[in-house]
Design a protein around this ligand. Structure first.
Ligand code: ZN
Length: 318
């Protein structure tokens, strides 16, 4: 039972900026035309993914993490939380401009185990689609002034994005996903968001969403720093692996398979998102089909496996 991949059912979140692309692009059974997020690998208290195959079928990732530590090579105290969260987001409209705290701030001020460093792989983007990433203020005082006088255009950094782009968003970075972008997000398992600006939008009830300016200003990195990181690529016949980021909380890779590749599991567990194509994963004598829109975990007891087909995967681990 231990060397079986855990495939998960997505959990959907309706959002004022959501749309229907999680259905049109991935065939997910979304609750409405305002579906913003699919939490596809999650053990977070706000929504823990259920396994849809094997003898653990119906159990949540949070329960499995609690009861089957051996599947994750869990070697720390048993009260530690599952560290990562994978989502697909459909930004049919602009998301609010926001920032997340680091671990220390999350523990001290929010009594939560994790802050939120996140990263995005752009699955699709309309022409001229933009994100907000960072700001132009040189000091905290300048940041506060620009926020107080609502000089958003002068303050915020806009960046054009296209499908295939990768964006690393450490805690303390001001950011917003813009209209017309669908992303796969890998992040620390945290839900703490400080909203800075919401384009003065009102919801159905005529209410503006709450802002959290004080906390936001406390956690924003000033000045914004551009991070350079290596993105090395390894090629074999039928397989390419591109490192997207390797940092304190997660390592994320893009794998392109065209044929077959044999791999060893060199991590405590592997999170896999099939972002295009199809194929199969072979573990011992067992084969499991994989298809665009599938998300699964390869647990620690899977020592070796083979991937076959024509597919692109985003693979992440701690
Ligand atoms: Zn965020």
């Amino acid at each position: 039972m231990n060397n079986v991949p855990l495939f998960f059912e997505p959990i959907f979140k309706e959002r004022i900026w959501g749309g229907n692309k999680l259905c049109t692009n991935f065939n997910y059974n979304i609750p409405s035309e305002k579906t913003g997020e699919a939490w596809v690998i999650s053990a977070h208290p706000s929504g823990s993914s259920k396994v849809k195959n094997g003898i653990l079928k119906g159990q949540t990732l949070a329960e499995i993490w609690e009861q089957h530590g051996e599947l994750f090579n869990k070697h720390h105290d048993h009260d530690e939380e599952f560290p990562l969260l994978v989502k697909v987001l459909d930004a049919n409209d602009d998301l609010s401009v926001q920032v997340h705290p680091d671990d220390l701030y999350a523990k001290n001020k929010e009594n939560q185990p994790f802050g939120k460093t996140e990263c995005w792989y752009v699955l699709s983007a309309e022409e001229d689609a933009e994100i907000i990433y960072g700001h132009h203020a040189k000091t905290k005082d300048e940041l506060k002034e620009k926020i107080a006088s609502a000089e958003w255009n002068a303050l915020l950094r806009s960046v054009r994005v296209k499908a295939g782009d990768f964006i690393y968003v450490p805690s303390g970075t001001i950011h917003a996903i813009g209209k017309g972008i669908v992303i796969l997000e890998i992040q620390q398992s945290s839900d703490i968001t400080y909203r800075l600006y919401d384009y003065d939008r009102l919801d159905e009830d005529g209410l503006a969403r709450e802002l959290h300016l004080e906390s936001a200003i406390e956690v924003i990195n000033v000045p914004h720093k551009l991070i350079a990181y290596e993105q090395e690529e390894i090629k074999h016949s039928g397989f390419t692996s591109k490192l997207l980021v390797k940092e304190e909380y997660f390592t994320v890779l893009l794998w392109s398979i065209d044929g077959s590749v044999k791999k060893e599991l060199n991590a405590d567990f592997l999170q896999v998102s099939v972002i295009s194509g199809e194929g199969e994963i072979i573990i011992g004598d067992d084969k499991y089909p994989i298809l665009m829109g599938d998300h699964f975990i390869l647990p620690f007891p899977v020592k070796a496996y083979e991937l076959k087909g024509t597919a692109k995967l985003i693979v992440s681990h701690t």
